[in-house]
Each structure stands twice: as C-alpha cells, then as structure tokens.
Design a binder for this molecule. Structure first.
Ligand code: PLP
Length: 443
C-alpha cells in the first residue's frame, strides 16, 4: 500500500536505495546501470562526495534566503560561472527549480521584452512538432507532442508548430541535409509571415531534440538560417537546452556546435546533475537592458528561486565537470557508444536509425527498415524494452510516439559523463538483449 501518487498507478516501482557512480541499487540489492542518467540528469553519476560536502557546507552556513530580500554569494558565483562559459551576448541567469520553470520564465521574459520596447501586439510563439518543453501549462503549450497535449488542449495558449529537424523521416529522397535545413527554415519564415511578423514573439526549439523525439540532431546550417529568419522579423530565438545542454552533447552548450547565439536559453537537468532541483534561464543583454530601461523588473517569481543549497550543488557539479575534463570524456565515450551501437544494431532488422551527439544518443525501432513502418502502437514496444532492460539491470529512456505522438518507438541513452569503455560495452550488450527479448515477446 502506497500513499505516493506514482506516475503509473498500475506499476509497482522498485525502491531505489543507494547510488554510486553509474549504478543505482534497489532495496533488494539489485544493481542497475544508469544508462539514461534518469532522464539525462545524472551527469556526474551518483554519490559524488564533493557535491554532498558542498551542499552540507552551504546548509550549515545558510540554506534559504528569499530572493525578494537577499541575494547570496553562492547564487552570484554560480551566475558568474555560467555567464563566463555561456555564448557571448548572454549576460544574466535567472535561477529556477527545473526545466519547465525555466521554459515558463523564458516565455514570460520574451513576452515582457516586447511590452517593454513598445510592441505589445506581439503575442504568438512558434515551436516545433514532436518537441518537449515541459509539463506546466505554458511549456506544454509550446511543446509539440500531441499525446501529452491532447487532454489539456482547452487549457493551452495557442501556439503554432512547424516541422521538427528529423532527418530520418523528414529528408526527401535525393535532398542534401543542407537543403533540408534550408527547407525547414523557409517553413518557419512562411509561418511568421502568415501570422504577421509584427505579432510573433519567438521561435522555441530544442537544439538537439530529446525526450519525445530521441536525440534528433539539427542538419548543418539549419540554426544559422533559423537565426537569420528570426533576426529578419525581430523574432526572439529561445533555445531549450534543458536536456541536451550542460555538456551532454560534448560541448557545454549544444548550440556552440551551431555557430549562433540564442536570445534566451533554458538549462536544467545536467546543471545540478540530480543533486538538487535547479534550472536557469540564460538571458541576453538586450533583454536585460530593455527591462532595466523599462519597468526595472521581470514580473515573475517563485518561492525557491536561487535556492542556496541548489546553487551550491550546481556550482560544484559544474566546477567538477570543468576540473576533471569530463566534456572530453563525453566526446570520447560518445564516439565509443556510437561505434558499439552501430556494431550491435547497424544491421538489425528492426532498428531503422541510430543517432545523436556526445552521450545523447538514440535508436529508433521500426517494423520494416525499408519502408520505415513503425510497430503497432498497441504493442507498446518502448515499454517492453524498458521492462526488459530493468530486468537486466539497465536503465534506459524509451518512449513511444516518436513520429507523431502516437506512432514510433525509440530508446534514448544518456549515461553519466564519467562512463568508461567497459560501462558502455555493458550498456550496449544489455540493451541488445533487452531489445531482442522485447521483440520476441511480441504476440
Ligand atoms: N525542456 C526539455 C527539452 C526537456 O527535456 C524537459 C524534461 O525532460 C523539460 C523542458 C522539462 O523539465 P522538467 O521535467 O525539469 O520540468
């Protein structure tokens, strides 16, 4: 009997009892390799003693001071650290407690920016189908996953969705990736023009698509063109790096590999590595200047903004990633993971695509490789794979609805940045076995 309202009321969850490095142990003493970092969160692995020590030290000094009364040294240091390593032009960090809150803040900042500069008629957001930006109402509204949106649709603000950058299914025969990227940027431009450029606030996109699409990487030149389109119409570019950011793709920010700078960028997950709930919206100087010159405030706020212990956790996580050169390991182990996945699944009859960047990779399952026909959603292949993986001591992050919120299955891998080649080998071996077991268990 539980009094916790769990995610699924039909499922009995094992009790996670302890965690060390890349492994979580349950109450029964079973070990699971955390090959997904939970949901791409645990970048340093579990039980890092330095993070625990820093949090304890912060609690002993001061655990909480409301941000309408005070700032704290640790929040200031964390903001300095983040801005020192952020793309040029981003000048401030607004601290929140997770990804959805970071997205909500970004949406409100974007709207307030236009009110401050005298363009209150701007009211539309454009985002992409198959995106995930969080589960609070604003974030859900910009998100493009039909299944998540459907029952809450009457509560969601109107948002306009364009095609995702999903080359496996979106690329036309004979089309180059560059031409595909240009076509997608043209679609964005047409949408802005159709809505009336003077009414559009911003374009919201995950730099590398994550939870609902499975590590879809942007085609070369896509974001440069998107940036140019946004600039042409004075539309803000909001990049959501809650999942793909903070080192996950091999650079601290995924956008570093795209050669552009967004106006607003959300981060969370790997920012605190799971040691504390924390996220942030990174804000460009032009927006901060507009707020300063106008109302002098950002009209928003939560009780736990900039929580001192969460900031101490995030600051320590980020310093360790830097000190220990972990992004180099993300790149090396990302290469190793991709090679191993290619060896194991490259010729597999039911794996249509292997994709991703750094330690953010996915396989997409198909009924038929030639036609890319997905499995019947009623099979819930993704859920079977998750179950079979757990039975083999492996945590992965499978999801259904990859194509349109209903059809398609993928498995996302996002192991901690400390993984070794042996860990990667074990992950791929267990995943291979789990996929075979899930497929052979089909009715
Ligand atoms: N944005 C992206 C890209 C995400 O992947 C997620 C969570 O998976 C969120 C926002 C929401 O973050 P949270 O679950 O911390 O609210």
């Amino acid at each position: 009997m539980t009094h916790v309202l769990h995610r699924s009321l039909a499922h009995t969850y094992p009790v996670a009892a302890s965690g060390q490095g890349v492994t979580i142990r349950d109450e029964a003493g079973r070990d699971y390799i955390d090959a997904s970092g939970g949901a791409a969160v645990s970048c340093l692995g579990h039980g890092h003693p330095e993070v625990g020590a820093a949090m304890k030290e912060q609690i002993d000094r001061l655990s909480y001071a409301h941000t309408s009364f005070f700032t704290t040294q640790v929040a200031e240091e964390l903001a300095d650290h983040l801005i020192a390593h952020a793309p040029a032009g981003l000048s401030h960090a607004y601290f929140v407690s997770g990804g959805s809150e970071a997205v909500e803040a970004a949406l409100k900042m974007a709207r307030q920016y236009f009110v401050e500069i005298g363009q209150p008629e701007r009211r539309h957001f454009i985002a992409r189908r198959q995106s995930y930006h969080g589960n609070t109402l604003g974030a859900l509204a910009v998100g493009g996953n039909e299944w998540r949106r459907a029952q809450f649709a009457p509560l969601l603000v109107e948002t306009h969705h364009v095609s995702p950058a999903y080359a496996y299914r979106g690329l036309w025969a004979g089309e180059t990736l560059e031409a595909y990227g240009a076509r997608l940027a043209d679609e964005l431009e047409e949408t802005i023009r159709r809505l009336g450029p003077e009414t559009v606030i911003g374009f919201v996109a995950e730099t590398v698509g994550g939870a609902t699409s499975g590590a879809i990487t942007p085609p070369p030149g896509y974001f440069e063109r998107v940036r140019a389109v946004c600039d042409r119409y004075g539309v803000l570019l909001v990049l959501d790096e809650v999942m793909c950011g903070m080192g996950r793709t091999g650079t601290l920010h995924a956008v570093e590999q795209e050669g552009i700078v967004p106006d607003l960028m959300t981060i969370a997950k790997g920012m605190g590595g799971g040691y504390a709930p924390i996220g942030a919206t990174l804000v460009s100087e032009k927006i901060v200047r507009a707020f300063s010159a106008g109302s002098g405030l950002f009209q928003h706020g939560h009780t736990y903004l900039g929580h001192a212990v969460a900031c101490a956790a995030a600051l320590t996580v980020q310093r360790i990633i830097q000190r220990d050169g972990l992004l180099a390991n993300v790149r090396d182990m990302g290469g190793h993971l991709m090679r191993r996945l290619e060896e194991r699944f490259g010729q597999h009859a039911h794996v249509g695509d292997i994709r991703g960047r750094g330690l953010f990779q996915a396989i997409e399952l198909v009924q038929d490789r030639a036609t890319k026909e997905p499995f019947d959603p009623a099979l819930k292949l993704h859920a079977r794979i998750k179950r079979e993986a757990m039975a083999r001591g492996l945590m992965v992050y499978p999801m259904g609805g990859t194509i349109d919120g209903r059809r398609g299955d993928h498995v996302l891998l996002a192991p901690p940045y400390i993984v070794t080649p042996r860990d990667v080998d074990a992950i791929v071996e267990r995943l291979g076995d789990a996929v075979e077991a899930a497929l052979s268990g089909r009715p």
